[in-house]
Design a protein around this ligand. Structure first.
Ligand SMILES: N[C@@H](CCC(=O)N[C@@H](CS)C(=O)NCC(=O)O)C(=O)O
Length: 205
């Protein structure tokens, strides 16, 4: 049985939804319920996926593993048209959009001077807004970022969009992005993962 270590509403939510999609038995364990989480990972970060007793870090690796292992229809297969584009969007989400938000969380925690913090958050929000504008442009031409089908990239982006609520500055989201967030946050596996983690989804409003 898989074990997923998560924090409510964190990037681990995408893996939680994927595990539900897989139909496989799994245990979801909140990081806050683990006495010595650092013993599991020196980085202290979620998601952690335990596979046959082995800990796998990095959400993108976990997502690719689960999709391939359980033939989950959330990414074109190797050799299929659109695979490279879908991987591009998966990595855009995980390695570009997520770190942009991580910088905001870092600024919020690490900068004590209020004026300097506000400046850093505004710069961070402007950088993230540019990324969402790119997503919005894509979604003006296709229902999902990778084309006609829902993919793991849409799910990851939907998770990150909800983090905007943590900040005092607004991160504007376009109408096409809002449409996607509304649909994906109501998708059965995503909605079940949200409920299991006790998270309210507010970004689609
Ligand atoms: N590259 C990692 C990033 C993991 C990450 O930043 N996780 C955040 C939650 S979204 C976390 O646990 N942060 C708490 C910390 O780093 O202490 C991944 O995609 O798995």
């Amino acid at each position: 049985m898989y074990k997923l270590y998560y924090a409510p509403g964190a990037c681990s939510l995408a893996i939680h939804a994927l595990l539900i999609e897989s139909g496989q038995p799994f245990e979801a364990i909140s990081k806050s319920d683990v006495a010595d989480f650092a013993a599991l990972t020196p980085l202290g970060a979620v998601p952690l996926l335990e596979v046959n007793g082995e800990i796998i870090r990095e959400g993108a690796a976990q997502a690719l593993y689960l999709i391939e292992e359980h033939d989950i229809d959330l990414l074109p297969k190797a050799g299929e048209v659109g695979r490279a584009k879908a991987l591009e969007w998966l990595l855009f989400a995980n390695a570009t959009m997520h770190p942009a938000y991580s910088k905001m969380f870092f600024a919020m925690r690490a900068i004590e001077d209020e004026a300097a913090k506000a400046k850093a958050l505004e710069a961070g929000a402007a950088a993230i807004a540019k990324l969402w504008a790119l997503v919005d442009k894509q979604l003006a031409t296709t229902p999902y970022v990778t084309g006609d089908k829902l993919s793991i990239a849409d799910i990851m982006l939907t998770v990150y969009a909800n983090w905007g609520g943590y900040f005092s500055v607004e991160i504007p989201l376009g109408a096409n992005v809002k449409r996607l967030l509304k649909e994906v946050s109501a998708h059965p596996s995503f909605a079940r993962a949200l409920a299991a983690e006790g998270v309210d989804y507010k970004a689609a409003a």
